[in-house]
Design a protein around this ligand. Sequence first.
Ligand code: GAL
Length: 379
Amino acid sequence: MFVAVISNGISAQVPRATAIVSGEAWLDSKGNRITAHAGSVLFHEGHFYWYGERRGKTIDEQPGVRAYRSTDLMNWEDLGTVLSKTTTPGDTLEVGCIIERPKVLFNRKTGKFIMWFHFEDKGRGYGPAKYGVAIADAPQGPFTLVRAERPNKGIWPANAQPAEMIASYQRPEWLPESMRIISIDASDKRYKRLIDGFNDGQEARDQTVWQDEDGKAYHFYSSEMNGTMHIAELSEDYLSHTGKYVRALWGQSREAPCVFKRNGRYYLITSGCTGWAPNPAMLHVSDSIWGPWKDIHNPWQGEEAMTRVSFESQGAMIFSLPNYKDAFVFLSDRWRPKQISDSRYVWQILEFKDNHAIINWRDRWDLSVFTPPSASDGK
Ligand code: GAL
């Protein structure tokens, strides 16, 4: 039992949660509302760490990135704000800037915790379209900003090049045979955003970072006015891009990328692009991180009225339980834009049918839905 102090000053017992109940108001171990939206979960040394947008009553009230810690994904201890905005005028993180969709990776080589997020400068709405990266020595932070900027300035995507470059193009080793290289015609309006991005850096809004089994990590971001997804390789320390990147889901206007890998294939669940309003999700699959990505289906199962709004949710991240087989948790948000701090969480598990992920709504579930790793796995 945890002890909570309620508003009239009387201490109350906070009962331990025994299930994940999507759509309900979730409380932390002190009885306060959990505020960690569009977030991510990282497992590190026996604990789950949940990072997300700390949201106030209004959309603008947003003090930074909040973290929580748990051992069972149900009972969460508040670790406070781990990446804070500042009151220093002119500072990049000055209150008024926007930090969204924070994702944290542990870098095994450097022993550091690296957070990537969507960043917008103070007072400029969603115009700047930048990414931010921050670093910490410990999972509970504090995180320090490394940089906020637009990615891949002055670099063409590997699968879209100006005609004169294709003529002399040596295909790098890493580029899969299946990759389609588009010749950019500068007079074609469809390439305007990409060409602008070559000069100013590519637009980066909704985003995630994802770590492959070999330790390489990738940045997925909605670019070109949210019309096309870019997939960019990160440097070994996860603090910057290497310059290898591709365009994917051309012109499909997909957001909220959530990545996972199963049986050697790469999967991506995205949302449509309708702001806070929910829309149908889509599962995409590829044999290579670089594509080509193929649309499969909306993974949500059930009545059309609910599947077309993804059970009133938008994806944040797919978390795979370490050491388990096929144990994936799909973290989503049920936004309430009129009072953003009252937004809810929809966490469901992925099931597999014909090798593709589907999601069946469960009112309540806990980790016992997954088959635990057997002792013979030796893990
Ligand atoms: C959504 C996006 C959210 C937030 C919102 C603002 O499409 O996924 O992260 O940016 O738009 O309207």
